[in-house]
Ligand binder design. Structure first.
Ligand SMILES: Cc1cc2nc3c(=O)[nH]c(=O)nc-3n(C[C@H](O)[C@H](O)[C@H](O)COP(=O)(O)OP(=O)(O)OC[C@H]3O[C@@H](n4cnc5c(N)ncnc54)[C@H](O)[C@@H]3O)c2cc1C
Length: 355
């Protein structure tokens, strides 16, 4: 195993790690970057994300992040190849309307056009009593794109980024003016700066090395996604995203597969280290949630994916400088991919002073 010298070492190659690598390489002329992941790139939550986002934001800070990410996504030329935008249809209970409107980044909500309501009523029936079908200011708000392909292309396009997969980092220490990154007692890399983008379950050693990254500050949320293969492709086939009692509907990224996304009711108290397998309990819960919405749900060809995400108080993602030249990025639960360009930009800025 050869030792690597880099201006920036990224620990964790999910959406955040890869986008930060690409952003940093772009912003710092001549800078070299190394991305290290304990598995393949995008093996964590980013690899199972539905790749669309609902721009819900409880606070002004989060709203600004959503807006900035949207701008970066739209101006990103590589992304245009993957991006399709869709109108999202929200089903919201009347008594939750104010709270729901506050959470959205670009209010106001408006009643959906008659044909959209009719489509929803036919496809989904009455899901939530005393609720209304709404859209967000009549514009397109759901991005649907292939995260994995997009992120890999970002990393590949930057010729100063190296990638080391299947290499768990278990120690990060300071030596002179460099950060030393180790795996199994071997020095992997020396970096002028290090960024930890390790998702919901960093290994305990990395938590210890940073001294301050504590997943206990948030809750671990289990998100599962039922994938229903349709007998034949349908353009605009719906994906259903549950958030509490409200449901959002966006066209599926793949016309042959519909997604039903839901949070498992229990939070994972354990520290399993890797993402869970989709199991029978996920399937049962997914079907129970999907059936009232979708009575004719086909029973064959259903599988699913599950993953863990970090839910922080207020759901705000954060870039934290742990020491000079050592930053940690913690994603926003359920929208970590959607917010990743703005977060990557913020992290790159805080690292630039060490470039
Ligand atoms: C089913 C599901 C659906 C979702 N849908 C959406 C959606 O539609 N839109 C959206 O925006 N968000 C969605 N999310 C949330 C989103 O996927 C996450 O917020 C986001 O992917 C987090 O990105 P990340 O890079 O921080 O973490 P991750 O993608 O988990 O990446 C962390 C990486 O760090 C690596 N790592 C950890 N420890 C070490 C170590 N010690 N050494 C080396 N490498 C290490 C892991 O292997 C992993 O590759 C969904 C999540 C799930 C589970």
């Amino acid at each position: 195993m050869t030792e690597h010298d880099a201006d920036l070492v990224l620990v964790g190659g999910g959406a955040l790690g890869c986008l930060l690598a690409a952003t940093y390489a772009r912003q710092v002329p001549g800078a070299t970057v190394l991305v290290v992941d304990r598995g393949p790139l995008l093996a964590g939550a980013s690899g199972v994300s539905l790749n669309a986002g609902i721009p819900a934001a409880r606070t002004g800070a989060l709203r600004r992040l959503v807006t900035r990410s949207d701008l970066l996504f739209r101006s990103e030329s590589t992304l245009r190849a993957y991006l399709t935008e869709h109108e999202t249809l929200y089903l919201v209970r009347r008594r939750d309307l104010d709270e729901f409107s506050r959470m959205l980044s670009v209010p106001p909500l408006e009643p959906a056009a008659a044909e959209r309501r009719e489509f929803a009523a036919q496809a989904y029936g009455e899901i939530v009593p005393d609720a209304e079908w709404l859209v967000l200011d009549g514009r397109q708000h759901s991005f649907v794109f292939d995260t994995a392909a997009f992120v890999r292309d970002q990393v590949r396009a930057a010729d100063r980024i190296a990638v080391r997969e299947h290499t768990p980092v278990d120690l990060i220490r300071r030596h002179g003016d460099r950060w030393v990154v180790e795996s199994g007692g071997t020095v992997l890399a020396r970096g002028r700066a290090v960024a930890l983008c390790v998702g919901a379950f960093p290994s305990p050693e990395v938590v210890g090395a940073s001294g301050r990254i504590d997943p206990a500050e948030g809750r671990i949320k289990r998100i599962s996604s039922l994938r229903v293969r349709l007998p034949r492709p349908v353009a605009g086939a719906p994906s259903i995203v549950w958030a509490g009692a409200s449901v959002s509907i966006i066209p599926s990224p793949d016309p042959a597969v519909c997604h039903v996304n839901f949070h498992r009711s229990r939070y994972a108290p354990e520290h399993p280290g890797t993402s869970p397998l989709f199991d029978d309990a996920d399937l049962a819960e997914g079907l129970a949630r999907a059936r009232p919405v979708w009575p004719d749900l086909p029973v064959a060809g259903i599988d699913g994916v599950a993953g863990y995400d970090l839910y922080r108080t207020g759901n705000e993602p954060a870039v934290r400088e742990l020491s000079p030249g050592l930053v940690a990025i913690v994603g926003g639960s359920g929208a970590g991919v959607r917010l990743s360009p703005a977060l990557a930009e913020r992290a790159a800025q805080s690292l630039l002073v060490h470039a």
